[in-house]
Design a protein around this ligand. Structure first.
Ligand code: URA
Length: 249
């Protein structure tokens, strides 16, 4: 993507881009990436997550292909969330994506439409992806839990645990080059930690046995409420890009 386009998407995202006036354009671009390269080298010391605590179901899900997995999620009654929502929200996008975005749980719009991130937060997520150079359709977007929690409350531990085999299988099937965890619930569940997003962001973690690079950033819904954090989120997205580029170089 050319710099002009990126700047337009960043503007739409609400990030002001500054440039040193004393530098020629090529040097100026380097200043954008400099901070990122420094951050990539700091690897997370967090241990890969343990396996789900529901071994038999998890084992069956482990073997599923996409259609079987989709049907299994659609018919799931493993926790009480399904009774209170309209439909399950499986996830959407390119099943061979480089980039896998993982959020928390469907909200009201997603519950109605059966697709993750279609409300206001989803629109901002789309703009964030465009600023990275990705169309929404070219990445895969999923959530920690597939059913909407009542009144948008946080998913309970037993609910995230019930849903874990589905996301684990999605990750195995996609084999993304990078996972972008948006928000506290995604970050803490994927990394099995209670460390805050503010402390988890800004470095590349590793997920699971395959050591998939994982970058944490703020949830777009939080960014809508706290736009002053958008610049930090843009740093995270650049970190993700630079990790992805490193992986494909
Ligand atoms: N927030 C999320 O975390 N996921 C969605 O799908 C929608 C809003």
């Amino acid at each position: 993507m050319d710099e002009l386009n990126r700047r337009q998407y960043l503007k739409a995202m609400g990030v002001s881009v500054w440039q040193r006036r004393d530098l020629v354009p090529e040097q100026a671009e380097e200043t954008v990436t400099e901070a990122v390269v420094n951050e990539v080298s700091q690897q997370s010391s967090i241990e890969p997550p343990a396996q789900s605590s529901t071994p038999s179901r998890s084992h069956a899900v482990d073997q599923m292909d996409w259609p079987a997995l989709r049907d299994c999620v659609r018919d799931c009654r493993a926790c009480e969330l399904r009774a209170g929502c309209t439909q399950t929200v499986f996830g959407v996008g390119n099943t061979q994506a480089d980039l896998l975005v993982i959020g928390e749980a469907p909200g009201a719009d997603e519950d109605r439409q059966g697709e993750p991130f279609v409300g206001r937060a989803g629109q901002l997520l789309n703009t964030m992806l465009l600023a990275m150079g990705y169309q929404r359709e070219s990445v895969f977007i999923a959530n920690i839990v597939k059913c909407r929690p009542p009144n948008n409350r946080d998913p309970k531990a037993e609910e995230t645990l019930s849903c874990e085999p589905y996301l684990a299988r999605q990750i195995e099937l996609i084999q993304p080059g990078l996972i972008l965890a948006v928000g506290r619930i995604a970050a803490q569940n994927l990394l099995k930690t209670d460390i805050t997003v503010g402390k988890l962001r800004g470095r590349v973690h590793r997920f699971g046995a395959q050591n998939i690079p994982l970058v944490v950033t703020y949830h777009p819904a939080y960014l809508l409420r706290s736009p002053e954090q958008k610049a930090k989120s843009w740093q995270d997205l650049q970190l993700a890009l630079s990790s992805l580029r490193g992986a494909t170089a």
